[in-house]
Design a protein around this ligand. Structure first.
Ligand code: MN3
Length: 249
C-alpha cells in the first residue's frame, strides 16, 4: 500500500472508531492512530483498529452518597481517575493491536489471546462498571427474599456467607477483587488478582458475577489506610442487594 492509500485507510479507521463509540468520542479521537508513524508503512503490520469501544457507566449516585462508609473523595478519584484510565487504556490498546471482538463479553471470553494491557484494562473497565452498580445508598446491610434464601441454601446462613466472602477479600494478597459468582446453578465465593474478572477465559475463578468488592488499596486507602478489614466490614452497609437479585437467575 502506498502512503496515500495508507493515509486514507488510517482516516477511515479513525472515523470508524468515532462512529462506533459515541460515548467515548473524545477519547477515541485522542487514540486515533498517528498517520505520520513511519513504522506502520508495512501493510502486514498496520493496525486495523478495533470496532469495539468500551465505556464507563454513569455513576448511579453522587460521589458522597456512600458516606460515611466510602468517602466522596475516594469515590471521585476512583471513578474519574482510576476507572476512567482503564477505559481509555483498553480502547487505546484494542485499537493499537487491532483487536476484533463482537462485544465486551466476547472480548473477556477471549482476553487471553491479547496483550496484558488489554487484559488488565478490559478487566478494570468491566469490574468497576459492575462494582458501581452493586453498591448504593440506603443499604440495609443484609439481603431479603430470594437472595437471602439463596445465600442460606448455599452457605448455611447470611453470616457464614459474609464470613467466607470477607475471608476471600482479606486473603487476596496485594491488589484484586472478591466475588460471589453463580456457576452451574450454584453459588461460589472466590477472588481474582489484579483486574481479572470471572468472565475471562484466563481467570482462576470463573462464573457469572453477582457481587464484587474491589480490594485494591486505591478503593479504601484515603479513609481506612492499611485497615482493609474495616473497609470490608463497613462495605456491607452499601451493598445494593436489589442489583444482586436482578443478576441472580
Ligand atoms: Mn478500583
Amino acid at each position: 500500500m502506498d502512503r496515500k492509500q495508507f493515509l486514507s485507510r488510517s482516516l477511515k479507521v479513525s472515523l470508524g472508531a468515532l462512529v462506533a463509540g459515541p460515548a467515548l468520542a473524545s477519547a477515541a479521537s485522542c487514540n486515533a492512530p498517528a498517520v505520520n508513524d513511519g513504522e506502520r508503512d508495512d501493510p502486514s503490520t498496520a493496525p486495523t483498529g478495533s470496532a469495539l469501544q468500551l465505556a464507563q457507566v454513569p455513576l448511579p449516585y453522587a460521589y458522597g452518597a456512600l458516606e460515611p462508609y466510602i468517602d466522596a473523595q475516594t469515590m471521585e478519584i476512583h471513578y474519574t481517575k482510576h476507572h476512567a484510565a482503564y477505559v481509555k487504556n483498553v480502547n487505546e490498546a484494542m485499537a493499537a493491536e487491532g483487536v476484533q471482538a463482537q462485544d465486551e463479553a466476547d472480548l473477556l471470553a477471549r482476553v487471553g489471546s491479547f496483550s496484558a494491557k488489554v487484559r488488565n484494562n478490559a478487566g478494570g473497565t468491566w469490574n468497576h462498571n459492575f462494582f458501581w452498580q452493586v453498591m448504593g445508598p440506603g443499604g440495609k446491610g443484609a439481603p431479603e427474599g430470594k437472595v437471602l434464601d439463596a445465600l442460606n441454601a448455599g452457605f448455611g446462613s447470611f453470616d457464614k456467607f459474609k464470613e467466607a466472602f470477607t475471608d476471600a477479600a482479606m486473603k487476596r494478597f496485594g491488589s484484586g477483587w472478591a466475588w460471589l459468582v453463580e456457576r452451574n446453578g450454584e453459588l461460589a465465593i472466590g477472588s481474582t488478582p489484579n483486574q481479572d474478572c470471572p468472565l475471562m477465559d484466563v481467570s482462576e475463578l470463573k462464573g457469572k458475577p453477582l457481587l464484587a468488592l474491589d480490594v485494591w488499596e486505591h478503593a479504601y486507602y484515603l479513609k481506612y489506610q492499611n485497615k482493609r478489614n474495616e473497609y470490608v466490614a463497613n462495605w456491607w452497609q452499601v451493598v445494593n442487594w436489589d442489583e444482586v437479585a436482578k443478576r441472580m437467575a
